[in-house]
Design a protein. Structure first.
Length: 72
C-alpha cells in the first residue's frame, strides 16, 4: 500500500500533457495564418520558407535579430 501511495504523485506528473505555447493568429491569407509564440512575438512570415506551406505550431521558431521565423 505504501508503495502505491509513494508512486502516486509521480504517476500524476507523468500523465499531464503540456499545452502548446504557439497558436495561430490572423495573417494576410486565411489559409496561411501567422504564429504567435510563448514570448508574445508573432512570426514575421505566414508561410514556411522551406516549402511554402502552412506554419507548424509544434516546430520551434528561429530568431533572427530578435524576430521569430516560423517553419513547417
Amino acid at each position: 500500500m505504501r508503495r502505491v501511495l509513494a508512486m502516486l504523485p509521480l504517476g500524476l506528473l507523468t500523465c499531464t500533457v503540456p499545452a502548446h505555447a504557439q497558436h495561430y493568429v490572423a495573417g494576410p491569407d486565411s489559409l496561411h495564418p501567422r504564429l504567435k509564440f510563448a514570448d508574445s512575438l508573432v512570426s514575421v512570415n505566414h508561410r514556411c520558407i522551406v516549402s511554402g506551406s502552412k506554419l507548424n505550431p509544434k516546430v520551434r521558431p528561429v530568431y533572427v535579430n530578435g524576430v521569430p521565423i516560423g517553419f513547417c
